[in-house]
Design a protein around this ligand. Structure first.
Ligand SMILES: C[S@@+](CC[C@H](N)C(=O)[O-])C[C@H]1O[C@@H](n2cnc3c(N)ncnc32)[C@H](O)[C@@H]1O
Length: 216
């Protein structure tokens, strides 16, 4: 359910978090586990064109870039992408491109992809179902979608409940949305487990699923 107090400006709160994003070892570990699960379960060809939606500072994009011909890192936060661009400039990695865009507002024309991935972004998206439809449109037939997000949680994962539109997702519901959007061969995997103190200061365990689906 979308909290009614959530304002448009909240969508860009990631600009303020960008500088410190990679300094949190929990996030880095989570992104590493998600990238490994994506590679295990979607097995991209070396020639694959990959789109990472909600790429942030590129923690997942950079891992995937070693296994693909090109990774297009899309994010609505210019500052998160700036963090990725600094890393690209320092490392000389040539096959990661950045694109500031929000497909919920306006889909960018970026061509067709063999693999679309998204890690920990769907719960920040107001309406996930139309976004899955958009992913379907930019995937080649037989291409894969790999979505990592929180299994349903009680709403304590984020510092402030209003920082996310969704309290994770039920796998069954995501599976149904994927089927409705034109995906088949849908499978779910547990990509990561983490323990984190919630907004009420209590420690809880969270699981992160990876949904892999084929564009029919
Ligand atoms: C929790 S971060 C995850 C970043 C990265 N995938 C990672 O694993 O480190 C969520 C990212 O999604 C981006 N985001 C949120 N809503 C978005 C939207 N509607 N369109 C594109 N990006 C969005 C944020 O700017 C942020 O970088």
């Amino acid at each position: 359910m979308i909290p009614s107090h959530m304002q448009e400006t909240e969508l860009n709160r990631f600009d303020a978090l960008a500088a410190e994003w990679d300094a949190n070892p929990t996030r880095v570990e989570l992104a590493g586990a998600v990238a490994a699960a994506i590679l295990t379960h979607s097995r991209p060809e070396r020639s694959a064109r990959v789109l990472d939606y909600g790429a942030g500072t590129g923690l997942v994009s950079l891992q995937l870039s070693r296994h693909a011909s090109e990774v297009v890192a899309v994010d609505s936060s210019r500052e998160m992408l700036r963090g990725l661009e600094s890393k690209l400039a320092a490392s000389g990695i040539p096959n990661v491109k950045t694109c500031a865009a929000d497909f919920e507002r306006e889909p960018a024309s970026l061509g067709m992809f063999d693999l679309v991935v998204s890690s920990m972004t769907l719960h920040h998206v107001r309406a996930p179902r139309p976004l899955l439809g958009r992913f379907q449109q930019i995937l080649r037939p037989g291409g894969r979608l790999a979505l990592a997000d929180l299994d349903t949680e009680e709403g304590f994962f984020h510092g402030r409940p209003e920082d996310a539109f969704h309290r994770g997702f039920a796998r069954e519901e995501v599976g149904q949305w994927l089927a409705e959007a034109g995906f088949g061969n849908i499978s779910f995997h547990t990509a990561h487990r983490l323990t984190k103190k919630g907004s009420d200061d209590r420690e809880r365990e969270y699981t992160v699923f990876l949904a892999v689906a084929e564009r029919l």
